[in-house]
Design a protein around this ligand. Structure first.
Ligand SMILES: Cc1ncc(COP(=O)(O)O)c(C=O)c1O
Length: 483
């Protein structure tokens, strides 16, 4: 095999060779290099359609890579300091499901933060795994959950020495990290695997001023949304693993259970390129992002009642990704949702996310000082003449009682009732705002008046609520039979 360096892109090169060969395509996709869907091809460009092809000998096969995909995987593993890397074409969601399924068996326990992403809860349902929740502290000033501490995990391990794995968010959607190094030591001492949800942490591996990546600290597996902060196309992610605590052959086998048999070469080629860019220019590119985000925070802080989240605001031992721009807007008299909507309608600025108290902007490789200045100035203008001083009620993070395991509740006999009248019932569904996709309620948890009130409040804010079968979020499935 050829000896590759991080400047090489074996998969992308193989695709370009295929295009250069001018092949008569008698394979799927049936659009045949874009000719079968002209209007779309004219808009997105011929080159995009020409590399939207299917597995073949020279382009390898994601289900059992032995050629250029294997080479691209090996380069990715090296770039992230892992033993193995696997391209994911169904986002980090599929990576989280695969790592939980690889590290556990049905009926096993996993220690995890209650503010995990919906993909972790869906993995519990798919895998029949029992959660042992750790409840992170809340930073009252920003109304944001912090990371989990080693002390909390130690307590959970003491009460559940039979747990098989610990899941850690590195970092949360808001860029908050946990006490990961000590958590890894504790988990390994107790024979538990450490799985990192790094949907928001793929850049961590490439700059010394950022929090370290999980694999760099000794975690066993990590799932990374390269598409969020690493530059690749939407839905392209990476699963990386180190060591033998979780068998790499099992990881590979589970991925081939759940991933599509028609992996998108557009997504995989973008991963190949993003890996090259991160490995060869990541530090330099991240220098710029850290600088422009720092500028944005300085400019925003204290302006019209706005407060940008800084490292010093974080409850120790959690820390903060300096590239995340989280701004508390509760002193403007508007909710985060209102600010986000007004930025879009009045300034054509689309943020990543909002909650009742905060807004969050992703600043990444496609940004520069001009785009960030535009965001800062728009935010200042928007908040200048608005009513302020009046603090709004905040989005207190709730802690519903767990009665039944998520899988049992999901598959249990259920009936549909009015959400308004459901207090006291046990839910068979999730409820969440997306983003961030953290369930307020999971299958198997007791519905309370607080949860119902919060859903009503969020509906009033026109939030994107998800998880219930009823698209209007008026009926909820709860355990029990219809009478
Ligand atoms: C914390 C966290 N984990 C996992 C995911 C799932 O990632 P993906 O969208 O790549 O499937 C997300 C998505 O937003 C997330 O925020």
């Amino acid at each position: 095999m050829r000896k590759y360096t991080q400047n090489d892109t074996p998969l992308f090169d193989a695709l370009k060779n295929y295009v250069d060969e001018n092949v008569w395509a008698f394979h799927v996709p049936g659009h045949k290099h874009g000719k079968g869907i002209e209007e779309f091809t004219d808009y997105v460009g011929k080159a995009v359609m020409e590399i939207d092809v299917n597995s073949m000998e020279d382009l390898d096969n994601l289900a059992n890579p032995i050629g250029v995909i294997k080479d691209a995987h090996e380069l990715a593993a090296k770039a992230f300091g892992a033993d193995y890397a696997y391209f994911l074409i169904n986002g980090t969601t599929s990576g989280i499901q695969a790592m939980i399924m690889a590290a556990t068996e049905p009926g096993d326990k996993i220690i995890m933060p209650r503010n995990a992403h919906k993909s972790a809860f869906s993995a519990l349902i798919l895998a029949g795994v029992i959660p042992v929740y750790v409840y992170p502290d809340i930073n009252e000033e920003f109304d944001i959950a912090m990371g989990i501490t080693a002390e909390q995990v130690e307590e959970a391990i003491k009460l559940n020495p039979d747990a098989k794995a610990v899941l850690v968010l590195n970092p949360t959607y808001y860029g908050i990290t946990s006490e990961l190094k000590r958590i890894i030591e504790l988990a390994h001492l107790n024979n538990m695997a450490v799985l990192c949800d790094e949907a928001h942490g793929s850049h961590f591996y490439f700059h010394p001023d950022l929090p370290p990546g999980g694999i760099q600290l000794g975690a066993d597996i990590a799932a990374l949304s390269i598409h969020k902060t690493g530059g690749s196309l939407t839905q392209s992610s990476l699963l990386i693993s180190k060591g033998k605590r979780v068998d790499p052959l099992i990881i590979k086998s589970i991925l081939s259970l759940t991933q599509s048999t028609s992996a998108s070469y557009l997504l995989m080629a973008s991963l190949d390129l993003a890996r090259k860019q991160l490995a060869t220019r990541g530090k330099e590119m991240l220098n710029k992002i850290i600088e422009i985000t720092g500028y944005a925070k300085e400019e925003i802080n204290g302006h019209n009642g706005l407060a940008a989240l800084n490292k010093d605001d974080i409850n120790k031992p959690s820390s903060l990704d300096p590239t995340k721009l989280v701004v508390n807007v509760s002193k403007t008299g508007m909710t985060g949702y209102e600010v986000m909507r007004l930025l879009r309608t009045e300034f054509h600025v689309q943020l990543e996310m909002a909650d009742l108290s905060n807004i969050m902007a992703i600043i990444s490789f496609g940004d520069d000082s001009e785009s960030v200045k535009f965001l800062v100035n728009s935010l200042k203008k928007l908040t200048l003449n608005r009513r302020r001083g009046e603090e709004l009620i905040t989005g207190r993070i709730l802690r519903p009682e767990v009665i039944v395991a998520p899988r049992d509740a999901y598959y249990g006999k259920n009936k549909s009732v009015l959400l308004e009248e459901s207090a006291g019932e046990i839910s068979a569904e999730m409820i969440m705002v997306y983003p961030p996709g953290i369930p307020m309620l999971c299958p198997g948890e007791r519905i309370t008046k607080d949860i119902i009130e919060k859903v009503k409040l969020l509906k009033k804010q026109h939030c994107q609520l998800q998880g219930m079968e009823d698209p209007n979020m008026e009926h909820i499935k709860v355990l029990g039979h219809n009478v």
